[in-house]
Each structure stands twice: as C-alpha cells, then as structure tokens.
Design a protein around this ligand. Structure first.
Ligand code: BG6
Length: 471
C-alpha cells in the first residue's frame, strides 16, 4: 500500500550480519574439534572444502574490529557443535568452549549483540555413527544436553538464541542428515521423521533457555520461501495454497502452535510418511513457544498446478535443490516478472514484505531476519575498490520492504545480512560471495586471506549510522 507517511526504524533495531561456523571458521581439524556431516561430505572437486573457509577461527579479532568499524549492532553466528562436544555427546572440549567465550567477549566489548544459532547444518558425525542422528529419538536428549550446556556457559552474555537453522531445508537434504544423496524421494519419509524429532528437541531447548537464561529469547530460524500463484486460474491458486501449507507453514505451525496443520497431516498420511508421535510430544511443543520468529529470505517462487496423469501419480516428487514439483499438488515455475541472480534465485523485495506480513498475521510474533543477501562472482580490481552496486541495490530494496511491513504494524527485532565477510557458500564454494568485506582467496588458492572493504561496507556503515534513514 502507498502511504503518505512511512515510519522510521526504531532506535533499538538490530542492524547486523550473519554467518555459520563451518562456512567462516576454518580450523576444521584443530583444537580438538570433532567431525560434522559437513566435514565428511563428498565435495565436488571444483569447489573448496570447509577446512580453511575464511580463517575466522584465527582472525576473529580482526573481523570483529571490522564489524565495529562498520557499526554493526548485532552479529549472528553459529556454534560448531563438534567444537564443544567432538562426538556430539560425551566429554566437553575446553578449547572449543574457550573459542566461543573469547568471540562473545570480543563482541560484547565492542557493543555488538551476539545472536547465537545452536545448530546450523553441521550435525556431529559421531551421533550419526552412534545411532543414526536425527532419525533416532536419542538425538532429542543429545541436542537438549548440548543446548543446555550453551545456555549455562554463554547465557550470561548471549540473550538471543536460535534453535535450528533452516530445518525445512535439512529435512529435504539427505546429506545434512548423514545419509547419502541418492534416491532422495525414498528419503523424504526419513526427513519427516527427523523433522518431528527436531521439533521436539527445539521445544525442549526453548524450555531450558527460559529456565536458565535470564531475559533470554529464543526462536527458530527457518527459510520461509515466499510463493505466488502463477496465474489467476483457480487451479494455480489451489496449488499455491497447498504448497504454502506443506512447504512453509507446516514447520512454523509445529514450532509456534504445536500442531500438524490439516493439509500437511493429510499429505504425510497419504504418502505413508507420518512420523510416530510419542506421548507428550505435542504437549511439549504447545507449551514451549518461541519468543520470536527468525527467518532467512533470498528469493520467491512462482507456483503452478501439477495435475496427476498416467505418468505422474501421488507421491511422485522431483528435486532441484529442494522439492520442485509434486504430482497432484504443485510445481515451481519461472516468474517472468523477476530478474534472477547468476544462480537463478529470483530477486524479489516485495516478496519479503509479503513474507513479513503473512508471518505476522499468522503467528503474531516479532520477526528477526537472520539472512538476506546477494551472492555474486567477484574479484578485487587492480585499481580502486570492489564496487558491488548490485549488492547495495538488492539490500537497500529488501530493507525498504521491511520498513514498509513495519509501517503496516509488523514488529521486528532486526535485520541480519548474509554475510559480513565473504565466506563459503552452502553449495557453490568460494565463488559465490556475499560479504561487505572481500576475503582474498579463491576456490583453491588461499592467497593471503586479507580482508578488504567493498563499496557496500561503507554503504552499510552509513545506513546503520543513520538508523536506516538513508536506505
Ligand atoms: C541459507 C543458509 O540457506 O542460505 C546458509 O542458512 C547459506 O548457510 C545461505 O550459505 C546462502 O546459500 P548459498 O548456497 O548461496 O550459500
């Protein structure tokens, strides 16, 4: 809606940036860290592994100094579970504990609010070997035990916690569950079993956080994928609504309402994928609600109907990165109104405004944007600095979308860009950069890893100092 007046960002708005341990830290085999599913993952030899990443483990002080110079109010990062518990459970690794104590102290000293993700993709390989990881009920206790340790150790300084990053992606990506990536269709059922265990584990962690961390706030960090019906054909509208329920709302309904929504329940039952529910599971989820909703946003998707026919029967599913079409429900198609990044992610700031408004209407919880950013191939020029205007354009439009949603009454905690310094992409190595700060390495040549400020660094610095007035 066009309005005469638009409200400014509140004074306490958290302007921040995000990272994940395996994508930024490096030191993958140092100081007693155990292996995670990301370390043992078979990687395409044309892209780098996670062993060195951006070497943040050794350079965190320099990186925090840059955050301070930029004016960041918050830094969201994840703790590598296997730095704390190398096997996922059992003995604690003191050097890992010390690293995060030092990082948190450094942030607090520099007036940067730490926002901690408890688990961001790097599940301990030890737990996969011991009992199959998230597929076993035992995983719930080990996650809760790990989370409780973090609350007791860091909860005096960390007040914002995120339970699980993008559980809605983990469910569909077998390698993140410690499985092989073949026959993904057959593994969907296991994904939903893992999903249930993660929901129970997250609810129990919320309970512990509220017990242990004074003034602590905790919530999930999902990847809500905004969708549009492709046309006004009622069949597309139906496909859109079904896709929104089974691909987006299902998880937040579990996290925030303690419910399997009707559409999702029927979808799972119809495919013999409904997980076993133990006594007390749903009560535990209902009782332990998050304090806020965090979500990652990069693109939107256009949805068309995908009717059954002789070739396509119920249960047929196809994947790109995530499920891309399911017979009798929906298919993702190209949106002709939007431009896309080099990786085909359709750029859509309006989709962010809509996401915020939909989430607020359905859950009425304050929102924290935990990731939003523009991935690009970049090289440092021979002269001058890297002028990443396309990133500035992307972010300023997306921040404006948040302002528009706020203007219509949606409550926010903050906005964390992905990322602050360049780091390893989830799927595309070091060739897909997101940072305000260039890290001087490429896919396999580590060069000197020097940090260099891109044009967007100064843009964000200016934006934060004006509290978003200069978007
Ligand atoms: C999110 C993840 O899916 O998107 C991050 O939480 C990831 O870990 C980010 O890096 C961007 O995805 P990609 O594949 O471009 O790195």
């Amino acid at each position: 809606m066009q309005t005469r007046k638009i409200n400014e960002f509140p004074e306490n708005f958290l302007w921040g940036s995000s990272s994940a341990a395996f994508q930024i830290e490096g030191a993958a085999y140092e100081d007693g860290k155990g292996l995670s599913v990301m370390d043992v993952r078979k990687i395409d030899p044309s892209i780098c592994d996670y062993s060195v990443a951006s070497d943040h483990y050794h350079r965190y002080k320099e990186d925090v100094a840059l955050m301070k110079e930029c004016g960041l109010k918050a830094y969201r990062f994840s703790i590598a579970w296997t730095r704390i518990f190398p096997e996922g459970n059992g003995p604690v690794n003191q050097k890992g504990v010390d690293f995060y104590n030092n990082l948190i102290d450094e942030l607090v000293r520099n007036d940067i609010t730490p926002i901690v993700t408890i688990y961001h993709f790097e599940y301990p390989q030890g737990l996969i070997d011991q009992y199959g990881g998230w597929l076993s009920r035992r995983s719930i206790d080990d996650y809760v035990n790990y989370a409780e340790f973090l609350f007791r150790t860091y909860g005096d300084r960390v007040k914002y916690w995120l339970t699980i990053n993008e559980q809605d992606h983990v469910v569909h990506m077998p390698f993140r569950l410690g499985l092989t990536d073949d026959d993904r269709k057959a593994k969907e059922k296991l994904g939903y079993l893992a999903n249930h265990n993660m929901c129970v584990a997250a609810a129990k962690a919320i309970e512990k956080c509220h017990e242990i961390v004074k003034d602590g706030k905790i919530g999930p960090a999902t990847c809500f994928e905004m969708m549009y019906p492709t046309t006004n054909d009622p069949a597309d509208m139906l496909a859109w609504m079904d896709a929104m329920e089974i691909r987006n709302y299902y998880l937040l309904d579990l996290n925030c309402k303690g419910e399997y929504n009707g559409t999702f329940k029927r979808y799972l039952e119809d495919r013999d994928m409904f997980p076993e529910i133990y006594e007390g599971d749903m009560e535990c989820m209902k009782k332990n609600k998050p304090d806020f909703l965090a979500f990652n946003y990069y693109y939107s998707q256009s949805i068309s109907a995908f009717p059954l026919d002789d070739e396509h029967v119920i249960g047929d599913i196809e994947f790109k990165l995530l499920p891309s079409r399911e017979a009798g429900i929906y298919q993702v198609v190209k949106n002709k109104n939007l431009k896309a990044t080099l990786w085909g992610w359709e750029i859509d700031d309006t989709g962010l405004q809509l996401t915020c408004r939909l989430l607020w209407e359905r859950y009425h919880l304050p929102l924290l944007i935990t990731e939003c950013g523009f991935g690009n191939k970049e090289e440092w020029p021979e002269e001058g600095i890297l002028e990443d205007d396309n990133r500035i354009d992307y972010l300023s439009k997306h921040m404006h979308a948040v302002k528009e949603a706020m203007n219509l009454g949606v409550e926010f905690i903050g906005f964390c860009t992905w990322s602050f310094i360049d780091l390893i992409s989830g799927h595309s190595g070091f060739s897909k950069r997101y940072g305000f700060v260039f890290v001087n390495r490429d896919e396999h040549d580590l060069r000197d890893m020097a940090r260099r400020k891109k044009k967007s660094f100064y843009w964000y610095q200016n934006l934060i100092s004006s509290n978003g007035k200069d978007i």
